[in-house]
Ligand binder design. Structure first.
Ligand code: NAD
Length: 500
């Protein structure tokens, strides 16, 4: 602040900044989307949200115009300009040829973190878990959602699971920073690194590495299966949970549902430049146009947006008025319960009930405070680890052959493909070693992974791999792909076959 700046100037500066509305992009979506968007905007604008709306069209109507991504090029311009997207749910058309707009938006705008707070509102909304206040931080861009799938043989289909160090560092850092900035006490990591030692192993390792920078936070790791069981049974044990994409997708719906209704939850999709805010649920087409839908999920998305925009006071006013409305028993059909609810209302009436309570706080449910939250997050640059020494020491050649046993294939490869310093080490089928010394009981498909290594140990050349493939082809075999076997600073960059 400049020297000599008096009280009047300070007040004028605050007034000016309030008058500076933040541009946001808004999409009304499909099904119940327009009704819950109107309701949510009515509430936050009545509470004093300083937003300038740019409305774009997405979803059904755009798909119908033949745009397979469900969004117009001009809409991208708006999103790139405002960098903030408040989005109602859309209906994804059935059948092939259409792309999921959610996945496209997340990936195109680099929205790497999906944040879903899931809290219960006992005794005002029926739930088996009266004490629950969990935030799921889901990685949003990687894992099995890279969408790289192949049918490799008549029997076998494959989907690549990609976990990267930069992607994992970004999401794990975000989870720790979120916990610190929002006065959370514990961060839990879910992974399946007992089975997927390299991919999920990296996720767990990065969690342990970065966790050391947050001594004030409690940290724990659960294998995802027992972790999921505990989350569903005793959600009060958890605070912030960070997970790779697929586990996060499934478990954030479970967490939202056990609070009482999937219709209550909102989510934030955060990137380095842009952010998207939405309800967890879909477009519920059968409820559309009847003024019955619960707007709470999208409203919670809008509250997260206000915090993101630095309008924490408005967010707090809206959230506390919503809590008071819930506490007063003014409920939409999906959360209405005899004995607890006092009034069954439609979408518009519910929104108005919240507007009427702006400025009030709940008496029994815990009021929220957003002042100072979110702002202190430091998403520091990625670690720059020294580039490791990479050596290729072998190759897995995947072969399609339907009418043979493991021993027949092994004998053929030993006779025809070994040579030029390369030697068949083993064959596996669906990951289980079947040659040499396989078990006749092991079920085999038409998809064989044939592992060749340097016969004397040490590195091999790309020319040796190409020559090996030539010999495999000359043996009359159909190779469908190869994976190089590398070491990084001497550490194996591949898993062993089960039983190898
Ligand atoms: P849905 O979430 O739309 O509905 C599931 C159930 O919950 C239905 O019984 C519905 O009536 C109820 N419900 C959902 N939201 C509600 C609300 N706000 N108030 C009251 N009840 C509510 O899931 P679905 O039926 O599987 O999907 C419908 C469409 O939504 C599909 O086309 C799907 O692809 C799409 N979808 C979109 C998004 C998104 O845009 N983010 C997310 C999920 C599903």
């Amino acid at each position: 602040m400049q020297a000599g700046c008096g009280n009047r100037e300070i007040i004028r500066t605050i007034e000016d900044s309030m008058a500076n509305k933040t541009p946001i992009t808004v999409a009304y979506g499909d099904g119940i989307g327009p009704e819950i968007m109107e309701a949510s905007l009515h509430i936050i604008e009545s509470a004093g949200a300083q937003i300038e709306k740019e409305v774009i069209e997405i979803g059904e109507k755009v798909y119908a115009r033949g745009l397979s991504a469900g969004i117009e090029p001009s809409a991208w311009e708006s999103l790139r300009r405002t960098k903030v997207f408040l989005k109602a749910p859309i209906t994804t058309p059935q059948g092939g040829g259409f792309k999921s707009l959610n996945v496209t938006t997340r990936k195109t705008l680099g929205l790497f973190a999906n944040v879903r707070p899931c809290a219960s509102y006992h005794p005002y909304i029926k739930t088996k878990h009266p004490v629950m206040d969990v935030v799921i931080v889901r990685e949003n861009e990687e894992d099995l959602y890279a969408g790289i799938e192949h049918r490799q043989t008549p029997d076998v289909y494959q989907c690549l699971k990609l976990i990267t160090r930069p992607g994992t560092e970004k999401i794990v850092r975000y989870a720790f920073e979120y916990a610190r900035a929002n006065n959370r006490k514990k961060v839990t990591c879910f992974s399946k690194d007992n089975i997927m030692k390299l991919t999920d192993g990296l996720f767990h390792k990065v969690f342990d590495e970065l966790g050391e920078e947050y001594p004030e936070l409690e940290k724990e790791h659960w294998i995802v299966d027992i972790g999921a069981a505990k989350l569903a049974d005793s959600p009060e044990l958890f605070d912030v949970i960070v997970m790779p994409n697929l586990y996060g997708d499934i478990l954030s719906d479970v967490a939202a549902q056990i609070t009482g209704s999937v219709g209550l939850g909102g989510s934030a999709n955060i990137g380095e430049g842009c952010a998207m805010f939405e309800a967890i649920h879909g477009s519920a087409p059968r409820r559309a146009g009847q003024n019955v839908a619960n707007p709470s999920g999208l409203l919670h998305g809008a509250i997260l947006m206000l915090v993101h925009l630095g309008q924490a006071e408005v967010a707090e006013r809206v959230h506390n008025a919503w809590l008071k409305t819930i506490e007063d028993g003014v409920h939409t059909y999906d959360i209405f319960a005899e004995g607890v609810s006092t009034q069954a209302v439609g979408t518009k009436e519910f929104a108005q009930a919240i507007v009427d309570r702006l400025g009030q706080k709940p008496l029994n449910l815990k009021p929220v405070t957003y002042a100072g939250s979110g702002g202190a997050m430091k998403l520091v640059p990625l670690k720059h680890l020294p580039t490791p020494v990479k050596e290729t020491i072998g190759v897995d050649v995947f072969v399609y052959k339907g009418d043979c046993t493991a021993d027949e294939l092994g004998t053929l490869l030993e006779a025809k493909a070994n040579g030029d310093g390369m030697k068949l080490r083993m064959i596996s089928n669906r990951g289980v070693k079947v040659y040499p010394d396989g078990f006749p009981e092991t079920f085999c498909t038409d998809h064989w992974r044939c592992r060749f290594l340097n016969e004397n140990g040490g590195p091999i050349t790309h020319t040796q791999i190409i020559n090996l493939l030539q010999r495999v082809m000359d043996a009359g075999l159909d190779f469908i792909k190869t994976e190089n076997l590398c070491t990084f600073d001497g550490e194996k960059g591949y898993s062993l076959g089960q039983g190898e």
